[in-house]
Design a protein around this ligand. Structure first.
Ligand code: ATP
Length: 267
């Protein structure tokens, strides 16, 4: 029996098992309602992916969780904490990190300086060496480029740095906004391998992706957003197998993307 759910009664483990719980989130930009009552749950250790066409409200949802935009309504619970309207620094200090869309690195600063900035909100000065060791083990290229200006790194290296910078804050939950954007397929493969390694280290991941097939192969569960609402949700394996329904919600471009990546499914 299918465990996919159409509609906006966000499915998940429920409040008892959730580490992060977003309920009825609404965000407006002036007259534009970007997110309309979005609900989803994330358990500790899970990878949850948020999918949707351009403008569906995915980035806005992540930005609201970390306090970069102020919600007009709804709840954001993280363990016992109410994150709604909490300053971003406090959210980061509690263990929620964001890898923003298009990386937002300081390109004139060195790799070292960007990494140190990532540790600042969580008092990283005391154990900076330990934190650096951990990110270098995951991303050896950053150790080799430690003194280089960030602007001289390749796109893939800059994406690794953006993730490493967030990891320097020791997040328990990491929100990633389209990390594969603009990267070559080989680099995307490497990136998804690293995300798997992070999950194996116990980091909970919320992944916004346009690369639907790769995201669903990695994730445990997925939520599909359309025009600011959750329209479909369920286990990632079932979403991947329901490519017709998924394609209808994501639009032709993404629907084709799923078929191209998974020619064997249902063929
Ligand atoms: P994308 O993949 O293009 O980033 P998305 O699913 O992340 O899409 P959002 O960026 O969250 O979608 O945008 C949701 C809606 O909010 C869109 O209609 C967008 O035009 C609008 N929007 C986003 N940011 C702003 C802003 N700063 N001011 C006004 N409207 C905005």
């Amino acid at each position: 029996m299918s465990r996919l759910r159409e509609g906006d009664r966000g499915q998940g483990p429920g409040s008892a098992g959730a580490l992060l719980r977003v309920s009825g989130l609404t965000v407006r930009y002036g007259p534009v309602v970007a997110v309309r009552g979005v609900s989803f749950d994330v358990r500790e250790g899970e990878i949850v992916t948020l999918l949707g066409a351009n403008g569906a409200g995915k980035s806005t949802t992540l930005n609201a969780i970390v306090g970069l935009v102020k919600p007009a309504g709804g709840e954001i619970r993280y363990g016992p904490h109410d994150l709604r309207s909490m300053p971003t620094e406090d959210v980061v200090r509690l263990g929620v990190g964001l890898v923003p869309e298009r990386r937002r690195l300081f390109s004139a600063l060195t790799v070292a300086e960007n990494l140190r900035l990532g540790a600042r909100a969580t008092g990283g000065r005391a154990d900076l060496g330990t934190r650096l060791r951990r990110v270098f083990d995951l991303f050896p290229v950053l150790e080799r480029r430690y003194r280089s200006p960030t602007g001289t790194l390749s796109g893939g290296e800059q994406q690794m740095l953006a993730i490493a910078r967030a990891l320097m804050g020791r997040p328990r939950v990491l929100l990633l906004d389209e990390p594969s954007l603009g990267l070559a397929p080989r680099v995307v493969e490497q990136l998804f391998g690293l995300l798997r390694a992070l999950r194996d280290q116990g980091v909970t991941l919320v992944l916004v992706e346009q690369n639907v097939a790769a995201a669903l192969e990695l994730a445990d569960r997925g939520y599909v957003l359309q025009a600011g609402r959750v329209v479909l949700s369920g286990p990632a394996t079932e979403l991947l197998e329901s490519r017709e329904i998924l394609g209808a919600y994501l639009g032709a471009r993404h629907g084709r993307g799923i078929e191209a990546a998974r020619p064997e499914v249902g063929a």
